[in-house]
Ligand binder design. Structure first.
Ligand code: HEM
Length: 458
């Protein structure tokens, strides 16, 4: 693609006109952005998409400035978050109650809190993986997104919400969130300048899914508040109770909408990402039988015929490295948008107040001088002792909004992978030529299906 090298107010910023970029961005945002970034050799680039003119930033040292050193000037709010707000409420940078919500999430997700629930989560995962094996015969293809959604939801809900939600509602909530985060979401996020008055395909499915989420979550919030108020229930350690009890420095608590938004934020942030990441694993293992063998050998050696549990985790080192490399190549949080508060200069480039800055882990994870042979899947990059620029690996973001769930993800994912591989020996069904597609997360373009080996050959 020919790049229009047009210096605007910012020195070295490369401007790209709408007529060149929009059609390709809609069709294939990832490769368009990759190409733009390659031609710009990692320099800060500005896309001119009509009224929407985001900067694309991919170099680790620039990202350090945005996400950490001058983070107050780059707020987690603005146009690109708008489509998500109907589902999860205001983005965290614009939500005055966010520090309170983040504190609650962090208290549930510290190493110690996770340790306390790991064996319980492991048992839930093992029994759901077992149920999957019973339900689906060997050699029958299943959709990873459907099955992993079920496993992840049941694990996470048991830990975070206890018995406040029935299994059937847990499954319905998982499905509704999956629909909401696909449907029209992708086009609305990539083309945030299209007014909401103009309908886009998938809008109706989005609104129906959000309504389904409301119908499940609001009654739980209201009922729990009533039970607490009437002294009929002692507040527990579940997310709804913790949010209802929480008070900020002025003693103010959250209203029903605030609690609902916090609960849904945690589920959206914690499930969609995990399900998508773990779906890609089977594509990687099909492409790389050597990695698959090493992974299976480790799981067989460490877990054997046991059900995987907390005691196995420290020994599942290669499994953890595979997950880290998986999130480098398939950075499910592929874009981290921020809004510039006041004009700023990064490396000689002026960034204008009010503009959107798009940090892209997907692109940063492919910077060749930071990640040699970036397209090669190599878990050894994460072997102990290997070092790199802190801001070159952004799977979980960085700075004040860094993911609160990264440790939880690693534990949960190690358990799911160990359970699935030891119990079912899954393999990809069909060829591994499945390309990612950018939406809220980095989804596969077509469903990823797996099959299980017959019990006698496991
Ligand atoms: C594959 C798994 C995951 C990935 C790739 C991932 C990625 C990310 C990224 C990139 C951010 C930063 C967004 C930004 O700065 O704008 C983030 C934030 C967040 N993540 Fe995760 N995440 C994962 C799993 C989880 C889990 C399991 C939970 C909770 C149980 C969680 C909860 C959150 C929350 C609440 C935030 C918002 C933090 C804030 O705005 O202050 N995530 N995540």
């Amino acid at each position: 693609m020919a790049v229009d090298h047009e210096i605007r107010s910012a020195r070295k910023a490369i401007g790209l006109p709408a007529r060149r970029v929009v059609p390709r961005l809609v069709r294939d945002p990832l490769s368009t952005l990759e190409e733009i970034n390659r031609e710009a050799a990692g320099e800060i680039t500005r896309l001119h998409l009509g009224a929407f003119r985001p900067y694309l930033v991919t170099r680790p040292e620039h990202i350090q400035h945005i996400l950490r050193d001058n983070a107050d000037n780059y707020r987690r709010e603005g146009l690109m978050w708008k489509p998500l707000s109907r589902l999860v409420g205001e983005p965290s940078g614009a939500d005055p109650a966010w520090p309170l919500k983040r504190r609650i999430f962090q208290s549930m997700l510290t190493g110690k809190s996770i340790e306390a629930v790991t064996d319980d989560m492991a048992a839930t995962i093992a029994s759901n993986v077992d149920e999957l094996g019973q339900r689906v015969g060997a050699g029958v293809p299943v959709d990873t997104a459907d099955e992993l959604t079920r496993i992840v939801y049941r694990a996470i809900l048991r830990i975070f919400i206890g018995d406040k939600l029935s299994l059937a509602d847990a499954d319905r909530l998982g499905e509704a969130i999956m629909v909401a985060t696909t449907s029209s979401f992708r086009s609305r996020m990539l083309l945030p300048f299209v007014p909401h008055a103009i309908p886009l395909p998938g809008d109706r499915a989005f609104h129906r899914a959000v309504q389904a989420v409301d119908d499940i979550v609001f009654p739980i919030v209201r009922e729990t508040r009533r039970l607490h108020a009437e002294g009929l229930e002692t507040p527990g350690r579940d997310i709804v109770s913790l949010m209802l009890q929480a008070r900020d420095a002025d003693g103010a608590g959250l209203d029903d909408q605030g609690v609902r938004d916090g609960v849904v934020s945690l589920f959206v942030a914690g499930t969609e990402t995990t399900v998508t990441a773990l779906s890609w694993l089977w594509v990687v293992l099909a492409e790389r039988p050597d990695v698959a063998d090493t992974l299976r050998d480790e799981i067989d050696r460490v877990v054997g015929t046991d059900a995987p549990g907390r005691r196995h985790l420290p020994e599942l080192r290669y499994t953890k490295m595979v997950l880290q490399e998986l999130l480098r190549i398939y950075s499910v949080g592929w874009i981290i948008p921020r809004t510039v508060v006041a004009d700023d200069v990064i490396d000689g480039v002026r960034l204008q107040r009010g503009a959107i800055v798009a940090v892209s882990p997907y692109l940063t994870h492919r910077v060749p001088d930071v990640w040699p042979e970036p397209e090669v899947f190599d878990p050894e990059r994460f072997a102990p002792g290997r070092t790199r620029h802190r801001f070159s690996y952004l799977a979980f973001g960085a700075g004040p909004h860094q993911c609160v769930g990264s440790v939880f993800f690693t534990v949960e994912a190690q358990l799911i992978v160990a359970s699935m591989i030891s119990q079912l020996r899954p393999a990809l069904d069909g060829p591994p030529d499945i390309k990612p597609q950018a939406g809220l997360t980095l989804k596969p373009r077509r469903p990823i299906r797996i099959v299980f080996q017959p019990p006698e050959s496991r």
